[in-house]
Design a protein around this ligand. Structure first.
Ligand code: PGA
Length: 264
């Protein structure tokens, strides 16, 4: 089991002043936990704000929600990996389902963006996941593997690179429907096997997160499922109270240690 990751994807919510207020409350109420890492993906305009607020907290990372695949140039409205890095990001979401299905990003685009992240020294969190009709047609595995292979196909140093993968079934995002822990675990197992085929033994060190309607009520069972190394949370990460209860989720190891100590 990797050190679990709790990632907040704020999407197009919280400007700099809200982000600052959120972070001040969050940091006051959430002291460092040494057994987990938190990542915030705020809107681009807040990367620097959030980064400044988390100074000195190495358990908390800041990421960009998107980058362009070119390193610089005449691409109005876009940001490059270097710009995101300079603003304080160390991670970047690539191929989120809204990028794929609202903005028409292709597998080829995600491959170029992962390569751009690599050049900029950002860790890509490649998002993969099937649509409802693909799931119903029994194509979950085929879709997820296609997106995974494509996403990492243009990396120059795949052998030494350390990406993150997020499995987010499209039908579970923002809908209140969550995959069961067993379903999530089964797909994560398929992803892990494919990662082994791509990078060999190092695959075990690549975190595979689950996302899609995660909240404080289901985080614990998802996190205790085999091969689930963390959660990527949208809606439930926008409110400090709900986000704090998610990041405080008791982990299986913690519960087992307590049971052992109390002689149960
Ligand atoms: P949700 O979003 O938690 O609101 O379903 C997850 C995501 O899109 O990353």
């Amino acid at each position: 089991m990797n050190h679990p990751i709790f990632a907040a994807n704020w999407k197009m919510n919280h400007g700099p002043s809200e982000a600052r207020a959120f972070m001040k409350t969050f940091l006051t109420q959430y002291p460092r936990h040494y057994d987990r890492t938190i990542i915030f993906f705020p809107p681009t305009a807040c990367i620097e704000t959030v980064d400044r607020e988390v100074e000195g907290r190495s358990d908390i990372l800041v990421g960009a929600q998107n980058i362009h695949w070119e390193d610089q140039g005449a691409f109005t409205g876009e940001i490059s990996g270097q710009i995101a890095r300079d603003a304080g990001a160390t991670v970047v979401l690539v191929g989120h389902s809204e990028r794929r299905h609202v903005f028409g990003e292709t597998d080829e685009d995600t491959a170029k963006k992962c390569a751009a992240a690599e050049r900029a020294g950002l860790r890509p969190m490649l998002c993969v996941g099937e649509k409802l009709e693909e799931r119903e047609a029994g194509k979950t595995e085929e879709v997820v593997l296609r997106q995974l292979r494509a996403g990492f196909s243009k990396l120059a140093q795949i052998d030494s690179f350390n990406p993150i993968v997020a499995y987010e079934p499209v039908w579970a995002i923002g809908t209140g429907r969550t995959a069961t822990a067993d379903d999530a675990s089964a797909t994560h197992g398929v992803i892990r096997e494919e990662l082994k085929a791509i990078v060999g033994d190092r695959a075990r060190a690549i975190p595979v997160l689950y996302g899609g309607s995660v909240n404080s009520g289901n985080a614990s069972s998802l996190l205790s499922a085999p091969d689930v190394d963390g959660v990527l949370v949208g809606g439930a990460s926008l409110d400090t109270g709900s986000w704090i209860s998610i990041v405080r989720t008791r982990l299986t190891a913690e519960i087992a240690a307590e049971e052992l100590a109390s002689g149960e």
